[in-house]
Design a protein around this ligand. Sequence first.
Ligand SMILES: Cc1cc2nc3c(=O)[nH]c(=O)nc-3n(C[C@H](O)[C@H](O)[C@H](O)COP(=O)(O)OP(=O)(O)OC[C@H]3O[C@@H](n4cnc5c(N)ncnc54)[C@H](O)[C@@H]3O)c2cc1C
Length: 298
Amino acid sequence: MTLLLDSVRRTEVLANHTSFRIGGPAELFAEPATMDELIHLVREASRSGVPVSVIGGGTNCLVADRGVNGLVIRLGRAFRTVDVLEHEDPRYASVRCGAAVVTQRLVGLAGRYGWDNLEGLAGLPGQVGGAVVMNAQDIGQFVERVRLVSPTGELATLSRDQLRFSYRYTAMQPGIITDVTLAFPRVDPQTAAARIRHVLRCRNDTQDVRWPSAGCAFKNPAGTSAGRLIDQTGLKGARIGDAQVSFRHANFIVNVGQATCDDVLSLMEHVQRVVGQRFGIWLEPEVRLLGERWGLGR
Ligand SMILES: Cc1cc2nc3c(=O)[nH]c(=O)nc-3n(C[C@H](O)[C@H](O)[C@H](O)COP(=O)(O)OP(=O)(O)OC[C@H]3O[C@@H](n4cnc5c(N)ncnc54)[C@H](O)[C@@H]3O)c2cc1C
């Protein structure tokens, strides 16, 4: 496969770009620093038939041990800016946020300038682009529009109606989100900051952040919590290789050493089978697999 651009690196180890600390190399890897560079890269890849994947903060991704075929893009400098915009209604604040902005930076600005209702995002790892794709913590409620680069390198704007946000889901056409316009009700900054602090305390009390993970492994089934179901089957502490069901939060699978992607997937399958047999509910993964699980034959 050829993609002869100076900015493209070979065999970048993706474990270094994921919160799980798991994953083989990207065949090709690039961090475009500008919009022009990104568009050029995507067009070249499209012309050469090179498949393109995108990774944000890597906090909801499980990368295959054999790595990822084709080009993996991680957005660079130009996609890390936050611009405050005029909103037609003075009771609202509006911002254009680069997709590679770390979500906690946005939360920090909300506490400083008094943007309301963002406390749900407090402590959420990763970047704004990834959060929009996952509709993490219902970030979609704030989204007015999204710009993305299509697989053939065209820049498009999608309105919130086209995105149809629902639980951990965004109906998005394939492409790379470059920036997101969000609007929030204004509130006194002290109130916003106090709410954010409260959520951060609750999060620290419940989540397992001692070990690398990708947060919740499974989506909550309608009307119940995946963590509760897993807990009730007694699977806390269950382990395959160095992948373990967290003792602290049953829906977290943690990497307690040198876990491989296959350890994690095998443990997830085990959890699905046990919960399925006990409750008749098939848990749907929340974690996104990047690359293929090759050569296992299971
Ligand atoms: C300790 C911990 C706690 C967590 N708690 C929560 C929680 O409370 N609630 C929750 O919802 N999630 C939670 N998560 C999961 C995760 O943090 C969120 O889903 C986060 O918003 C993902 O953002 P990211 O940038 O890391 O996305 P990534 O993991 O990098 O990517 C996620 C998906 O989005 C795609 N993607 C990323 N960026 C772009 C882009 N610019 N354009 C197009 N596609 C893109 C990727 O290809 C992938 O399919 C947690 C994770 C951890 C490790």
